[in-house]
Design a protein around this ligand. Structure first.
Ligand SMILES: NC(=O)c1ccc[n+]([C@@H]2O[C@H](COP(=O)([O-])OP(=O)(O)OC[C@H]3O[C@@H](n4cnc5c(N)ncnc54)[C@H](OP(=O)(O)O)[C@@H]3O)[C@@H](O)[C@H]2O)c1
Length: 436
């Protein structure tokens, strides 16, 4: 029998306990596929007394998780604690410095420190793997890094945050407004008590930055990702979009374009978008995640599945462990860190497309004329306009419009012309309309 791969497991929450359950239940097949048993030897979390529904008596308990990497009986560390910095990062650095491989589900840490960790892992000749960090149980890191490795990837689009997708698809089904559905999502465990990272698009931006590095061979630069969240999307927007044949989804999209002086430029954005019925992301509902990648030889690839949860995320973590046990590691981001290209950001203003714009306006004469005049002066051509009837005398009215394809900067200019207008009762909401 081959020697076991001996694992230290830091973090025994949703994912950590899921990994223990998976390794218990699938021990034989995992061992057969890995070519050796995967054996947890030490665990760590904050509260030793907490019942996690799994038998921890088999493992050594470590109060200080950052010291786990130095143990002689540990070959690999699995970090399932979370947080971009703090003890998770200390443990990651310690692990690599000890010449041991690291598996993590921590997208925040990889988005902020992934390059430095990958560089250290390359120098130490150890594996750094993070399949579970992007889209939970979906093998999209592996899919792009290995399955699609022969392609130049032209674009990546994804529904990368299950909480937002649950909220938007529930708003669509129930007609309820954002705040009510968020509370429901929190009660069901689909949203954190502090949902800021999810609803402001930051979590999706972490994942998009990681995918971009792998897909385009770009030096990961989280600061380049433009993120807008879903908190300003109203039930009325969803109803208007539906009338027009669209659903609203929080979509992370990244693509490359030729740079003027040669090379490529990269655009990475997370925004609520109108998705047409024929688009593969239009039917991704509830907490499901999906990624669509366009390869120059493979054509369009669709990866879809559970983006979170103990089972799916544990599945991704253990797949990484199996790769390491088999000796299949390779550079974390497909190519060595030194070969990743520092791509300049593309100019979003020059991108053309159709947009949905919703104004919240005071119910008084002349408002519509003021808006359409700003559109005309900025060179934005209105394709269709929907004005929702007033709800009460003198109350607020929603004016939603779809504008013809044109450069994004013209829409920005129209909104600039309307800045400070007393007719608008809230900042307008612009959502791009994805091409089918
Ligand atoms: N949940 C998902 O579906 C999912 C999906 C993909 C990726 N991820 C990522 O996986 C990681 C873990 O997520 P999770 O949902 O499992 O989180 P979680 O349920 O909150 O579990 C976190 C674990 O880390 C422990 N911990 C926290 N701070 C610690 C500290 N300072 N020292 C020692 N232990 C500490 C906690 O200990 P106690 O239990 O004692 O409090 C807990 O066991 C995160 O990076 C997350 O982004 C999660």
């Amino acid at each position: 029998m081959a020697e076991p791969l001996r694992i230290a497991l830091a973090g025994l929450g949703t994912v950590g306990a899921g990994v223990i359950r998976l390794l218990d239940e699938n021990a034989a097949l995992v061992g057969a596929r890995a070519g050796r048993p995967l054996q947890i030897v030490a665990v760590s979390a904050r509260d030793r007394a907490k019942d996690r529904g799994v038998d921890l008596s088999r493992y050594d308990w470590c109060d200080d998780m950052t010291a786990m990497a130095a143990r002689d009986d540990v070959d690999i560390v699995v970090e399932l604690v979370g947080g971009s910095d703090g003890p998770a990062l200390t443990l990651a650095r310690n692990t690599i410095a000890q010449g041991k491989g690291l598996v993590t589900a921590n997208k925040a840490m990889i988005a902020h420190h992934g390059l430095a960790l990958a560089e250290a892992a390359e120098s130490a000749g150890v594996a750094l793997k993070f399949e579970a960090a992007v889209a939970g149980g979906i093998p999209v890191v592996k899919g792009l890094r290995e399955g699609a490795a022969a392609n130049a990837i032209e674009s990546v689009q994804g529904i990368l945050n299950g909480t937002c997708n649950f909220i938007l698809s529930t708003m669509e089904d129930s007609g309820a407004d954002f705040g009510d559905v968020l509370a429901q999502a929190q009660a069901l465990g689909y949203a954190e008590a502090d949902p800021t990272f999810d609803i402001e698009g930051i979590d999706a931006a972490h994942k998009l930055a990681i995918l971009s590095a792998i897909a385009f061979g770009a030096r990961l630069d989280f600061a380049q990702v433009h993120a807008e969240g879903i908190a300003r999307v109203r039930a009325a927007d969803i109803a208007r979009a539906k009338d027009l044949g669209f659903v609203i989804r929080l979509v992370g999209s990244a693509d490359v374009e030729p740079a003027p002086g040669g090379g490529q430029r990269l655009l990475q954005r997370v925004r609520p978008c109108l998705v047409p019925d024929g688009h593969p992301l239009a039917h991704v509902d509830g907490p499901t995640n999906a990624v669509v990648a366009q390869g120059n030889f493979s054509g369009r690839l669709l990866f879809q599945g559970a983006g979170a949860g103990d089972g799916p995320t544990a599945s991704a973590v253990v797949a990484d462990l199996i790769d390491i046990a088999r000796g299949e590691a390779g550079p974390a981001f497909s190519v060595p860190v030194g070969d990743l290209a520092p791509l300049e950001p593309a100019d979003a203003g020059e991108r053309t497309g159709r947009n949905y714009i919703r104004f919240t306006v005071a119910d008084r004469p002349g408002v519509l004329a003021e808006i359409t005049a700003a559109m005309r002066d900025a060179g934005v051509s209105i394709e269709s306009l929907i004005q929702q009837g007033r709800q009460k005398e003198g109350g607020e009215v929603l004016v939603a419009m779809v504008v013809h394809e044109g450069p994004a900067r013209t829409v920005t200019e129209a909104l600039r012309l309307l800045e400070g207008s007393e007719s608008l009762t809230a900042p307008p909401l612009v959502m791009p309309i994805l091409a089918a």
